[in-house]
Design a protein around this ligand. Structure first.
Ligand code: NAI
Length: 304
């Protein structure tokens, strides 16, 4: 079985560099017509330039692929709409959306200007929201769509100095969790990648040691992203971690828990005495939706 993107149209945001560039080049190499979107600014979101997206398009075309550049920002509804319109005007449809564009403005929270919080939320979370909103009517109409959002271990697990980025990256998960339910009927699947790759993102924190950088090629993340974009992919609402050849699933799970008789009051002392059992995660389980979770947490009350 080989995975092909022939006759598929893909929009990749933030595709002028790093991971997005790798995703765009790979999809094009497997036959996709690609909109290479990139605002071309610096890591903190200041400035703009047409050259990163233009260069990636030239690279794709030089290898015999099809691509067109777009230089709009994902961070406003109208410009996000333009990105999708670029695909419709040039290629007639959209099958795949990869929400990848991102910036960072790290600072310990109590010193962080709230504008820095807002902007990071706007680019990562609202950028995914605006582009997805713009593409959904097209995917709904054709009853086909593959959307990959980009989260981060910083949001999933926490990282010092990144409250803004972590909030945005976790917001993307909440967005996906509910959108997957709305998209299922239309064969629109949405998953999230939690990547690790030695791009300019890791530079300010120096998080990647020099000796492992050669293993942190963006292409190793792209393998998973490409799979999630393919017709062969049938999973939806999952978080996949990928980097340095490592692949795994990340999931929000709930512990087994305990139940006090709801006919009687529960005191903080009872919580204290039973805390180890309440927070125990040994028999934890994940859920596909709130319905499944309510079945566990409240179901026994209904069933008696
Ligand atoms: P990068 O900085 O090389 O690529 C991000 C691209 O997004 C840049 O080319 C930039 O110009 C573009 N961009 C920024 N704001 C934009 C906007 N408003 N509209 C359109 N394009 C815009 O960084 P990298 O590492 O490739 O990041 C890609 C995604 O992966 C980001 O969402 C990032 O948060 C995420 N990520 C990366 C990790 C890593 O280890 N590199 C770890 C976890 C998440």
């Amino acid at each position: 079985m080989s995975i092909s993107f022939k006759d598929k149209v893909a929009v990749v945001t933030g595709a002028g560099a790093g991971l997005g560039r790798s995703h765009a080049i790979f999809l094009a190499s497997r036959g996709a017509k690609v909109v290479v979107n990139d605002l071309g600014g610096s890591l903190d979101g200041t400035g703009e330039s047409k050259s990163p997206a233009t260069q990636v398009v030239e690279e794709i075309i030089a290898k015999g692929g099809q691509a067109v550049a777009n230089f709009d920002s994902v961070a406003a509804p109208e410009t996000a709409q333009n990105i999708i319109r670029t695909a419709l005007d040039n290629f007639g449809t959209v099958d795949i959306l990869i929400c990848n564009a991102g910036i960072i403005r790290d600072k310990i929270f109590w010193k962080m200007p709230l504008d820095d919080f807002d902007l990071v939320m706007k680019v990562h979370l609202m950028g995914a929201v605006y582009t997805t909103r713009a593409v959904l009517p097209v995917m709904k109409e054709k009853k086909y769509g593959r959307i990959v959002t980009t989260t981060s271990a910083a949001g999933l697990f926490g990282n010092f100095g990144q409250t803004n980025y972590s909030a945005a990256k976790m917001g993307i998960i909440g967005f996906m969790n509910s959108l997957k339910l709305e998209g299922q009927k239309y064969n629109i699947l949405i998953n999230a990648i939690a990547p690790l790759a030695a791009t300019r993102f890791g530079e300010p924190s120096g998080i990647f040691h020099e000796e492992i950088k050669p293993f942190l090629r963006p292409e190793l993340v792209t393998a998973m992203v490409a799979y999630l974009c393919s017709a062969q992919c049938q999973i939806t609402g999952d978080i996949l971690s990928a980097g340095g050849g490592y692949f795994s699933r990340v999931q929000i799970v709930e512990g087994e828990g305990i139940r006090f008789d709801p006919k009687h009051d529960v005191t903080p002392e009872m919580i204290h005495e039973n805390l180890s059992r309440i927070i125990d995660m040994q028999n934890s389980v994940g859920f596909f939706s709130i319905t499944d979770e309510l079945n566990k947490s409240l179901g026994p009350l209904v069933r008696g």
